[in-house]
Structures are given as structure tokens and as C-alpha cells.
Design a protein around this ligand. Structure first.
Ligand code: URA
Length: 253
């Protein structure tokens, strides 16, 4: 195609997108193949692929074959506005081969966003201690979040952000098949069970997610604000160990 025709096509497309935005359209579906083609055209990519004035929603496939495929899809995801503020996506990490435990939190904070890894900040250090106290190493469990991009100012993700992101977590759980899930905090429980009942009422009581035993407990960030709740969380973690037929290791003096 002659270059001038091509550029006028791109210009038309931009005008069209700008018009749609002015009409209030906030999201559009664009085939992945089209985006990939645009990204391969160096002199067009900045105009067409980066400065598109509306968020581009790419449908999430229903059957990912691997966690790597999910992470790759997440890394280019623009299905909710959280992509605008992210440095890195945080798909999750750990033992993906039917681990005893999968921990699910809320969403990345500043440290996680900077590193692209879940629970690596202050709450993450506490989570690592909890995992240790149970007799596991971080690499032996899987750690993920309800949303894969950092919400601004560490606010809780909005219902529509959770809805947009949950297909990733659901498919991760389907591929990982953990023996148990520990849902940490109200957002995790709402995302996994759709329950809005308070975490205070739900914690410590077994639930089920797609045939997997799920234990709700408090979020480690909450424990940092109110350490008196650690006792209850330890009770919840012990229930999980019991379910797995394990004992906590003796505490170091
Ligand atoms: N809080 C979360 O819910 N997830 C993280 O990854 C870090 C902090």
C-alpha cells in the first residue's frame, strides 16, 4: 500500500477514535493481531498504538494453556484503567504444580509494581514470615492477587476492575490446582466467592472455590496496622495445616 494512503488511513482511524471518545466511549475491542501488526510498524506505532485516545480492551481467551501465556496476556492488558498507572504487571509467582497452598491477596502496591512480583513490600515480608511459620518456603506455595496492576494510592480495586481482571486469576487457579486457597482480606474473598459479608465474620470458616477448600483470613497489611489480629490469623493458618495433614514446625527460640 502506498505510504500516503497508509498514513491517511491511520489518520482517519485516529479521528474516528477521538470522535468515539468525545461521544463518551471508554473502551473498545481490538483484535490482538491488529495491535501486533501496528506495533511492528515503527513509524506508525507511536501514533496508532500508543496514543490511541480510548482504552483498548482485548478479550481474554477462555482457555490459556499455561501460566506463562496468562502472564504474557496480562503484560499487555488494557481491559481496565489500572493499566494507565502501572510500571509492571504482577501476575503472581511460586509453585504452580498443585501446591499445598495458594495465597490470594488484593493487588500490587508500590514495591510490587516496581518489581513485578507479588508481596515483596512490608506486607510481603509479613506474609513470608507466615509462610515460614507454617513450615513452607515461599517457592513452595503460589502467591497471586485479585488484580494484576497497582490501584492508584493503594486504594482497593473497584468492582469493575476486579471483574475485568478475575478471568486471569480463575484460569491461574484452574491450571495450578492448589490443594487449598488462603484468601487474604475482604477483596480476595469478594473476588473469589462474590461475598460481601465482612472478613471478620468469614475468617476462620472453611469455604469452597470450584471444589477447592478456601480459608478466608485477614490481610497482612491489616495485621501491620493491628498486630493484635495476628493470633486469629495464626489460628486460621493452623486450620489449613490440619486440613493438609501437617503440623507447624517447632518455633525457633
Ligand atoms: N498487598 C496485596 O494484596 N498484594 C500484594 O502483592 C502486595 C500487597
Amino acid at each position: 500500500m502506498p505510504e500516503t494512503t497508509f498514513h491517511s488511513l491511520v489518520e482517519n482511524l485516529e479521528n474516528y477514535l477521538e470522535y468515539q471518545r468525545d461521544e463518551g466511549v471508554q473502551r473498545m475491542e481490538v483484535d490482538r493481531a491488529v495491535l501486533a501488526e501496528l506495533a511492528r510498524m515503527p513509524d506508525v506505532a507511536p501514533a496508532a498504538a500508543v496514543e490511541v485516545p480510548v482504552a483498548v480492551a482485548i478479550p481474554i481467551p477462555e482457555h490459556f494453556q499455561s501460566l506463562e501465556e496468562i502472564a504474557a496476556h496480562v503484560s499487555t492488558c488494557r481491559n481496565c484503567p489500572l493499566y494507565e498507572g502501572r510500571v509492571n504487571t504482577v501476575p503472581g509467582e511460586g509453585n504452580a504444580d498443585s501446591p499445598d497452598i495458594m495465597f490470594v491477596g488484593e493487588g500490587p502496591g508500590a514495591d510490587e509494581d516496581a518489581q513485578g512480583r507479588p508481596f515483596v513490600g512490608a506486607a510481603g515480608q509479613l506474609l513470608t514470615k507466615m509462610i515460614d511459620a507454617m513450615g513452607y518456603r515461599r517457592e513452595e506455595v503460589f502467591i497471586a492477587n485479585i488484580v494484576k496492576c497497582r490501584p492508584p494510592n493503594n486504594r482497593a480495586p473497584l468492582p469493575e476492575e476486579m471483574e475485568a481482571c478475575l478471568p486471569y486469576l480463575r484460569q491461574q487457579i484452574g491450571l495450578i490446582r492448589p490443594r487449598t486457597i488462603i484468601g487474604m482480606g475482604a477483596t480476595a474473598i469478594k473476588g473469589l466467592l462474590g461475598k460481601t459479608a465482612g472478613i471478620t465474620r468469614l475468617r476462620g470458616t472453611w469455604r469452597e472455590y470450584e471444589g477447592i477448600r478456601l480459608m478466608p483470613t485477614f490481610h497482612p497489611s491489616y495485621l501491620l496496622r493491628d498486630p493484635s489480629k495476628k493470633k486469629q490469623v495464626w489460628q486460621d493458618l493452623q486450620l489449613v495445616l490440619k486440613e493438609l495433614g501437617k503440623e507447624p514446625p517447632p518455633r525457633e527460640k
